[in-house]
Ligand binder design. Structure first.
Ligand SMILES: [Zn+2]
Length: 471
């Protein structure tokens, strides 16, 4: 395939996990609230109301800016971004334009450094609900302002990505970083990206509001092939903004791109300059939680697992947390292997994750202990993990006894079974000796049958090979 020079940049929005909104004391938790319950004159933009900055949101965004190696300005202020739309009753959004909290940062991928242009905070608008149809066909549009004023952090990267893989690596790393910083709760909504894509130095196309990593992958895939086809048939790629239709997996044109100036940014006079003093910044630095890459290094030393294992575990905050708790009670290498491959594999097969599945941790540790002590086979351990993921109610130790799944651990017993199998299957033995090596699988099958599947396949194969070669 023709290699095409691809340039991708991201603008990412994440909700900061503060208790109250960015400029008022309304709750950010509207899970059990009716529409328009978590509102006040400030987030509704009523005349006479004045915003006051939530310091927690500022501190959390500064932690992220620091984790992304950004530099801080001496002081910050906020701007009004004017736009007229029913989701924003003030007709402007309070955001940062001229001076963001952090700028000129970077994020290290495996093989490349990605530039971070800026990190800033802003308020979320309200939510439009199109009753009985889509944006084009709905008869009525309702507005819920519970979200109006919720703190968002925006991260803008340089257009340094040249493949979907790099974008995915960055987004997974970013999510893990956000969770390690304790500033983001994935249950409160996925990360939202605007993607800028251009090929072969052509015009930049922006795909707006893409939710989660999977959709970003699909949107880029579609957009790259669309742009390549345009070039192929000799058409010019227009600079424009497109919308990603997640159901169709396609992008459609929204409008030709407006420039930032169209928003008419002005200084927000209701909020003053905020000095980021040395003391304030050093306090943020002092209280920085461990970042995924630091944790990865610690795992190498503390648990003696390989770099690639540590890297996979630390890219998933919940997995890293679970691993550390399990490794207190079970051998770390065994825990790493079984959590990273078997548990995550079973979860993925069921379209679940550690976030959405409720794994009984005590039972998980019990199952791994049974494996560690040699009481059950790997096959049985996997069976127990599948039951745990399915949320079945059982006790691993009792289950193993009831179902007679205890491993044939007695060497003498296993030796006798293997020798019996060889005696009873002379044809398979002579087939093996005459070069048909696959006959060993038949013999191993006979051994497993005799033990009711309670022997460790790896050990059976090893011993069979030794005995067959000595005949
Ligand atoms: Zn409010």
């Amino acid at each position: 395939m023709l290699s095409v020079k691809v340039k991708i940049g991201l603008e990412i929005h994440v909700q900061l996990n503060t208790k109250s909104k960015l400029f008022c004391s309304c709750s950010t938790n509207s899970e059990n609230s009716k529409p328009n319950k978590n509102i006040c004159p400030t987030c509704m933009g009523l005349p006479g109301s004045k915003p006051a900055l939530n310091k927690e949101a500022l501190k959390k965004a500064m932690r992220l800016a620091l984790a992304l190696n950004c530099s801080f300005p001496k002081a910050i202020f906020f701007s009004r971004k004017s736009y007229f739309y029913p989701d924003m009753p003030k007709n402007f959004q309070i955001t940062q334009y001229e001076i963001p909290i952090g700028k000129n940062g970077s994020y290290q991928l495996k093989n490349k450094k990605i530039g971070i242009w800026r990190v800033h905070i802003e308020e979320d608008p309200g939510k439009l609900i199109h009753k009985g149809g889509t944006i084009k066909t709905a008869q009525n549009v309702l507005i819920d302002y519970n979200r109006a004023g919720i703190p968002l952090c925006e991260i803008v990267t340089a257009p340094d990505f040249s493949s979907i893989e790099e974008v995915k690596e960055f987004l997974s790393g970013l999510i893990s970083t956000l969770e390690h910083l304790r500033i983001y709760d994935p249950l409160n909504g996925s990360i939202r990206s605007d993607i800028n894509i251009s090929i072969m130095g052509g015009s930049r196309v922006e795909v707006k509001n893409v939710n989660g990593i999977k959709a970003v992958e699909h949107a880029i895939k579609y957009e790259l092939s669309r742009q390549k086809n345009m070039v192929k048939i000799g058409k010019k790629i227009k600079m424009e903004t497109r919308h990603f239709d997640a159901d169709m997996g396609t992008t459609v044109s929204l409008r030709t791109k407006e420039t930032e100036e169209d928003y008419g940014y002005i200084f927000e006079p209701d909020l003053t300059w905020i000095d980021l003093t040395k003391e304030f910044i050093s306090d943020i630095k002092k209280n920085m939680p461990e970042l995924p890459k630091e944790r990865e290094k610690r795992f190498l030393k503390q648990y003696k697992i390989s770099r690639s294992e540590a890297s996979v575990i630390c890219m998933n905050f919940r997995l890293a947390e679970l691993f550390e708790r399990v490794a207190k009670q079970v051998d770390a290498k065994l825990a790493s292997k079984w959590l990273r491959t078997v548990l995550i594999g079973v979860l993925a097969y069921k379209n679940l994750s550690l976030r959405t599945a409720h794994i009984d941790e005590k039972k998980l540790i019990k199952a791994l202990k049974l494996l560690e002590s040699g009481e059950i086979t790997e096959k049985t351990c996997k069976e127990l993990i599948i039951k745990l993921v399915n949320g079945e109610k059982f006790d691993p130790a009792n289950y193993v006894v009831e179902k007679r799944l205890k491993k044939v651990a007695d060497k003498k017993e296993l030796e006798k079974v293997i020798k019996d199998a060889l005696k009873e299957n002379k044809k398979a033995v002579s087939d093996y000796k005459s070069g048909q090596k696959e006959a060993i699988h038949y013999l191993a099958g006979q051994v497993m049958k005799k033990t009711g599947g309670r022997a460790e396949m790896r050990i059976v194969m090893e011993r069979l090979k030794e005995l067959l070669n000595s005949i």
